[in-house]
Design a protein around this ligand. Sequence first.
Ligand SMILES: [Zn+2]
Length: 383
Amino acid sequence: MHYVYKKAHHTLLTLPKSLIKSLLNNFKPIIANLNQSLQQKYMIIMDLMNCRLSQSKENVPIKRKKQMRENLMKIKFVNKGIEMVNLSRILNLRDVINTLPFSSVNKKKRAIPSICYLYNPPIRSKVLNYSKVLKEFKLDDEESFPSCECDSSEFKDPYHNHVITGNLNLIKNDRLRNLLSKGWGYREDPVIRWKTVKKEIHHSVIQLVHNMSKKYNMSQAHFYNFGWKIMEHVEYQIRNCKDRYEYKTKFVPVLKDQSVLKELSSLHQHYVLTPVDKASKNIAITCKAFYLKTIFNELQSGEVYQSTGLSEEEIVKMHHDFTKHFSFNQLSEFNTIPSIYMIPKFHKNPIKFRYIVASKSCSSKPISNAICKGLAKVREQRK
Ligand SMILES: [Zn+2]
């Protein structure tokens, strides 16, 4: 399948769009008469064609030259109330701009800050449990693998005889199913709390005044009027929004709903939720016993990994001691050994797995980064 996809992709890139259009029209009636396995193959090619056609010049947004702003106002997106206040409008109001302590109008305009929202983390850490499962499980005693009830499950994979599925119908709770169908990168909207909105904006305005006074080498007092004026408009806007959007504040986020949490916890008890290979925002549900056994076998296979009697602390210390020979400092943030997890490849028949070794704060990271940079230099000089 992968070969067909690659070949089609390559061919389609070189064909004129008019030809692709006529091919697409001819494809549709032919596909309807094919059996299901072949249909899937052609659907992918049709997707590619549609994608290529949509890349026309009219669809490419015209890039406007970015207006250079001298200041940035960072603000945590604590809830949607932040958006409703519409800070960007407030910052561009004439009476707000006029409070800036510059005589030149152009300088005032350049000093109007751009807004930069800092978003809450996505649902990933709450719904995917693969790291937790491995951390809680000691992979050294085969007999301690949990049992499972996959045999009677309609979601059992016929080849592996365990549940390995991307079919979210396995989840009974509608709200949880709906949330997971949005992928692990989705961010839930927290309940709108106007007090939090005001507090957060106030905090950002204080920071902004501090940064601007530093930047222009002027005392903070010069920017107090500017800060007050912003807050005056913010408070007025919040009062307005409160009346208009009151009904929305009654909403309970999915991951705060007790029935959802109950089902999620039971799901985590029996299954491992991971991303999916080649569709990484999707969520796969795999039987926990099967998941642990498969990783155990991979680690035991002897091809890549070796078992050791050393503890994590001892390994980290060995790495740090070695790295210090090369005058590396700030090793304290690299104090773990990598962890392994696997994600299913649903596009393979039978389903296969991709093993991933995550080494975000791995103790050997500083030295591997340095070697990588060194090798890049060598490659550059050999060109
Ligand atoms: Zn199972």
